[in-house]
Design a binder for this molecule. Structure first.
Ligand code: EPU
Length: 336
């Protein structure tokens, strides 16, 4: 357990926002987790993974825990699958690249998602038709109230769209230390998400492979989403809202080009990017921050903005979307 004081978290969050942690505790092993929570230390103000899904709006008094548990380990194998246990502190995309290099299929559609492995189940990360729940086997977490480790299987995690038990009942009560994935030795490609097929064609791919699908996903993401190393951002800032079919039909009369997809009985998932773009925010820049020019669902920090400024812009977007369409947008990022 390494401890530092008065550390600016700016390099440790993909939005690149400044926020001074009074005490930063680096947690490098399960033993460190036990040591921290059994040595009468105060509850942490924040648990930080890859910092890819948070908006830091203030300095952090007390302790911030930075989860850095390493390791990628093949723990079991049968004719069709491998079971791979990954430390919460591993970088998600590096794990994806490792899986591809080993010929393990299932996470290629999730290439280039920023963040660390331990945070991935929190919000059931997803992209291009695949969610982490589709490749999930189990995870280990330290329960801070019981002061013991517990295993969670698929049902225990209660995954939903950008949701899990770790954002609900177990919020602030569980530290995910490792995740075990069930990956396939025989790929079953998921290229149904329109843009992937188009991209594969544009790349001249004839023999589909997990590497080709990953390359296509990377190319699509790079064309639409800002690289957090260059422009601070947290990916999609809002969730795509799910509304009643009748409400969607009413909106369609006023806005024939509105984009939505069926999402369960009489429910439509609406593209929030479209709502925000149509409300006039796409590419809007105010000083050092704004709305990305190629994807209206992504708010950006061009450098030097504060979390409060970005938060206020998100409030303005929520108000405007509510007024125009009668839809309440929910933030996907965690506001701290
Ligand atoms: N659209 C617009 N204007 C925009 C953006 C989008 O009109 O500025 C419309 C387009 O019609 C487009 C549709 O919205 O066809 C959907 O856009 P896109 O394919 O970019 O996906 P999304 O729904 O905006 C979701 C995830 C992304 C994920 C992509 C691809 C959420 C909140 N976001 O975005 O995830 O990469 O699908 O699967 O579900 C993230 O969570 O951080 C993230 C980047």
């Amino acid at each position: 357990m390494r401890i530092e004081h008065d550390i600016d978290l700016q390099p440790f969050n993909t939005f690149g926002l400044s926020s001074v942690a009074e005490r930063l505790v680096h947690v490098g092993s399960p033993e460190d987790v036990v040591e921290y929570f059994t040595s009468s230390q105060p509850s942490p103000s924040l648990v930080l993974g890859g910092g890819s899904n948070m908006l830091l709006t203030r300095d952090l008094p007390g302790t911030t825990l930075k989860i850095e548990l390493p390791g990628i380990e093949l723990i079991q194998e049968d004719a069709d699958h491998v079971y791979v246990k990954v430390g919460a502190g591993e970088v998600w995309h590096e794990f994806v690249l490792h899986a591809i290099s080993q010929g393990w299929a299932g996470v290629e559609n999730l290439s280039l998602i920023p963040g660390n492995v331990g945070a991935a189940p929190m919000q059931n990360i997803g992209a291009y038709g695949v969610e982490i729940k589709d490749v999930f086997h189990e995870l280990e977490a330290f329960l801070t109230e019981d002061k013991s480790f517990a295993s969670f299987d698929l049902a225990d995690c209660a995954f939903g769209y950008r949701e899990s038990v770790f954002k609900r009942g177990l919020k602030h009560k569980a530290i995910i230390t490792s995740v075990t994935f069930k990956l396939s030795k025989q790929p079953s490609f998921n290229t149904s998400y329109g843009a992937i097929n188009q991209q594969l064609e544009a790349m001249g791919v004839e023999d589909l492979s997990i590497k080709a699908v990953s390359d296509a996903v990377i190319a699509i993401r790079q064309s639409k989403l800002p690289d957090p190393k260059k422009i601070g951002n947290s990916g999609s800032f809002f969730k795509n809202p799910v509304i009643e079919q009748v409400h969607f039909e009413q909106l369609q009369e006023r806005y024939p080009r509105i984009v939505g997809y069926p999402a369960g009985e009489d429910q439509i998932k609406v593209a929030a990017g479209w709502l925000i773009e149509n409300a006039g925010f796409k590419g809007k820049r105010i000083g050092n921050y704004g709305v990305h020019a190629k994807q209206a669902l992504v708010l950006v920090n061009y450098g030097g903005a504060t979390g409060k400024e970005v938060y206020d812009l998100s409030e303005e977007i929520i108000r405007s979307v509510q007024e125009l369409y009668g839809i309440g947008l929910e933030r996907e990022v965690n506001v701290i």
